[in-house]
Design a protein around this ligand. Structure first.
Ligand SMILES: C[S@@+](CC[C@H](N)C(=O)[O-])C[C@H]1O[C@@H](n2cnc3c(N)ncnc32)[C@H](O)[C@@H]1O
Length: 377
């Protein structure tokens, strides 16, 4: 999906009148309650959660291996949160908005379909600089098939105008407030991508690969920071790749978009000097994530770097935030959030052979969370 930065949203303010009064009002209402929920109610819930966290929830009273302890601890924290009406009310609003973005947003876009098709420019460019290589025979992994990610009806490919819905309607009306999943209230996810890409250590790169690129979001950030780099991205979703291709061509950036599995990219050994992995690993079971990282290691040159950004692990956040992240697994179409939250990507990179591995947060609520490594010379 593609969102606009706050700056771009302001420039596109004229897009709002494109919606009917009913469509605009409904989406803006969702934005207001999302803003209230994550901006006000959540701090009250957190305060109550922390002040009433009783001594019997301490880690020392939990038995088992460190992994079992971490899982059991999280269950206890969740039970404690669920006993608080402020937490339940805040989560009710989060779920309501997450569902209603589509229940209201799709009809709002449909009412003005011609206009949104024109705005999204759904036709492929006649003389592209970059390329779009779709492979309809590619096997869709079992973990991905049929999942309605983020509660999107039909999943990433479920509605042809999802690109327009996110860019021109849900982004500017609702998601601009932040405060969903790992994103803290008031944070700008376009800015996050630039900040994450800037964690690459050198001043220039020749060829950068993004596995699980979706469309042209993180690759756009790579282009902003390293304008000389040749860009290649892969994803499973033909719709996201097609939208990304159209978007990149519209702004004049050459990108090769390929429909490939991040675990088996088909790229030659040592073909890239950097790999950026943004918000991919939490959408895979951990074993698939490990396979994707092994593949990244293979396609990197010696001395090449990897920068990963995903929601923070449970071990890195306060108890209340761990409960919030865990909640997305059942309630916001993120089937692997919990499994991945317990996983350690930093250790995994070292096991694969990466050197100079480090991990740290760039923003509030420990997000974006960055894990980096270098393929030894
Ligand atoms: C949350 S999106 C992030 C997209 C993009 N990296 C960005 O910054 O906007 C996760 C993406 O991972 C893709 N994905 C999941 N499993 C994949 C796999 N095995 N191979 C390639 N892409 C995959 C999904 O289709 C989706 O586009």
């Amino acid at each position: 999906m593609t969102f606009l930065s706050k700056e771009q949203t302001q420039k596109n303010a004229s897009v709002a009148p494109v919606l009917s009064q009913r469509g605009r009002a409904g989406m803006e209402l969702l934005g207001s309650i999302q803003n209230y929920s994550s901006g006000q109610l959540r701090s009250l819930a957190k305060q109550q959660f922390e002040s009433q966290l009783s001594a019997n929830l301490a880690t020392s009273s939990i038995e088992g291996s460190p992994t079992q302890q971490a899982r059991r601890q999280l269950v206890k924290w969740r039970e404690h949160a669920e006993s608080l009406s402020s937490y339940r009310y805040e989560r009710f609003i989060q779920r309501y908005v997450a569902e209603d973005v589509y229940c209201r947003g799709i009809p709002a876009v449909e009412e003005q379909r011609d206009t949104f098709e024109r705005l999204a420019s759904t036709s492929l460019p006649k003389h592209p600089q970059g390329s779009l290589q779709l492979d309809p025979s590619l096997d869709v992994p079992r973990y991905y098939d049929g999942v309605e990610w983020h509660l999107e009806p039909g999943g990433y490919d479920g509605y042809d105008l999802y690109g327009a819905l996110f860019t021109y309607v849900a982004g500017p009306c609702v998601f601009k407030y932040g405060g969903y999943a790992a994103v803290a209230h008031g944070e700008d996810i376009t800015r996050h991508r630039v900040d994450v890409v800037s964690q690459l250590k050198k001043s220039s790169y020749a060829r950068v690969y993004e596995p699980g690129c979706g469309g042209f979001s993180t690759l756009a950030a790579v282009h902003n920071v390293f304008p000389q780099a040749e860009l290649v991205g892969c994803d499973l979703s033909p719709l996201l790749l097609t939208n990304g291709h159209i978007h990149a061509e519209r702004v004049g950036v050459k990108v090769t978009f390929k429909q490939r599995d991040a675990r088996e990219t088909g790229e030659p050994d040592a073909a890239f000097d950097a790999v950026i992995m943004y918000a991919l690993l939490h959408e895979m079971p951990p074993d698939a994530g490990v396979a994707a990282l092994r593949e990244a290691f293979r396609i990197l040159q010696p001395g090449g770097e990897i920068v990963i950004s995903d929601p923070p692990p449970f071990r890195a956040v306060p108890a209340f935030n761990a409960v919030l992240l865990d909640w997305d697994t059942k309630h916001r179409g993120e089937p692997f959030f919990s499994a991945v939250g317990h996983f350690n990507w930093s250790e995994c990179l070292q096991d694969i052979g990466f050197a100079d591995v480090d991990e740290y947060a760039l923003g509030p609520d420990q997000y974006p969370w960055v894990t980096r490594g270098v393929k030894p010379e």
